[in-house]
Design a protein around this ligand. Structure first.
Ligand code: SF4
Length: 380
């Protein structure tokens, strides 16, 4: 499976917790699109470095950001058209677009549908105005609901929403209510993120100045557990630490990341991986545009060592319902890695945080609360 990620580095407003690469100015949008089109051509052999005869088949395309819904449908369409020139995008490919509620008018939704977008990931974050104001999001709760209703009316049935927990203003009761609103609206895919404090963000600044409370780890665990229980009760599959879906609504694109499949990332700050190396584009839109329009490359490449490859495998697979396969570890990385991994896993089995079934390692619900710690211990 091969996926293409396209980073759209523009946002309407800066959310106070965000450390992604974006700009609130769309001044250089046209140059950015010209640069992306150049990069598509220059990376046409990314997946087939040894055989340039045939176009690579692409299973998923994902417009992420930033805020892809800030672009016009015709701008997204222009990018898809050029992708089709250099790659073979499957007729049934999953084509996802991250969208923010404030951009989604019915007309724009219709246009996105017409150009072939078949999955929407809507940045709702909360159905409570006080939380949205705290996060400095431009939309309100009613707009979030309307964007979901209108997406469905236009014919999108593959919809995901993002929700954030551990917001200081969010009580456990309101958190559960957020989830219930998602269930009532029959959202087939829900991604949940704990509010984290990234360095140099306004949120980090407010906390350092005592203007808002520090993030409460206990509350984070409590709200995550509330979510796991509510999701299970409502028959959602917990297929990755932060992702839940109804049967058949897995994000194919993101699942491919977690299954160690190849992906090409285009646009400033985008990452790529092909099983041998990973590369990352410069996280500066002006520099990115300059380099691409001059015909230069904008990425740094690193060939993965066997240890990096093993760590990457643990990091991505342990988070998922598919688990980390001990046979794959033994056969791909060798006995030393297998022994190390088994030793740590056995320790966590005794603590009830891991189960081993059919030679695969899985996190239990308790283990999911310690996923980062357990992964780090399994790293070599
Ligand atoms: S919309 Fe997304 S990318 Fe843009 S500032 Fe907010 S969180 Fe960051």
């Amino acid at each position: 499976m091969n996926g293409i990620y396209i980073h759209i580095p523009f946002c309407r407003r800066a959310c106070n917790y965000c450390n992604f690469h974006f700009s609130v100015s769309t001044r250089n949008k046209n140059d950015y699109i010209a640069a992306i089109l150049k990069e598509i051509e220059s990376q046409k052999n990314y997946f087939n470095k040894d055989n340039h005869q045939e176009k690579t088949i692409i299973d998923t395309v994902y417009f992420g950001g930033g805020t892809p819904s800030l672009l016009l449908a015709e701008e997204i369409s222009q990018i898809v058209t050029v992708l089709n020139l250099y790659f073979e995008i499957k007729s049934n490919a999953e084509i996802s677009l991250e969208a923010n509620p404030e951009d989604l008018t019915k007309e724009k939704l219709r246009e996105f549908k017409q150009i072939g977008i078949n999955r929407l990931s809507i940045g709702v974050q909360s159905f409570f105005d006080e939380d949205l104001q705290f996060l400095n999001r431009p939309h309100n709760a009613q707009k979030a609901i309307n964007s979901i209703i209108e997406s469905k009316e236009v014919g999108f049935n593959n919809i995901s929403i993002d929700l954030i927990y551990t917001i200081p203003s969010l009580t456990n009761g309101n958190w559960l209510r957020n989830l219930e609103i998602a269930f009532e609206n029959k959202i087939p895919h829900i991604s949940l993120y704990s509010l984290t404090v990234e360095p140099k963000t306004p949120l980090a600044h407010y906390i350092a100045k005592g203007k808002c409370k520090a993030i409460d780890e206990l509350k984070s665990n409590e709200q995550y557990q509330i979510a796991m229980q509510a999701m299970e009760k409502n028959e959602y599959i917990h297929y990755e630490i932060s992702n839940f879906c109804k049967k058949g609504y897995y994000s194919i694109h993101n699942s491919n990341y977690w299954k160690n499949q190849s992906y090409l990332g285009l646009g400033p700050s985008a990452h790529s991986y092909n099983g041998i190396s990973r590369q990352w584009n410069i996280a500066n839109t002006t520099e990115y545009i300059k380099k691409l329009l001059l015909g230069e490359t904008a990425y740094t490449e690193e060939i993965l060592t066997i240890t990096q490859h093993y760590n990457e495998y643990i990091l991505t697979t342990l988070r998922t319902i598919w688990g980390s396969d001990l046979d794959v570890i033994k056969n791909t990385f060798g006995t030393a890695y297998f022994n190390h991994c088994t030793k740590i896993a056995t320790k966590y089995v005794q603590e009830g945080k891991i189960v081993i079934n059919n030679n695969c390692i899985y996190l239990t619900n308790t283990g999911k609360l310690f996923a980062d710690l357990i992964s780090m211990e399994m790293f070599c």
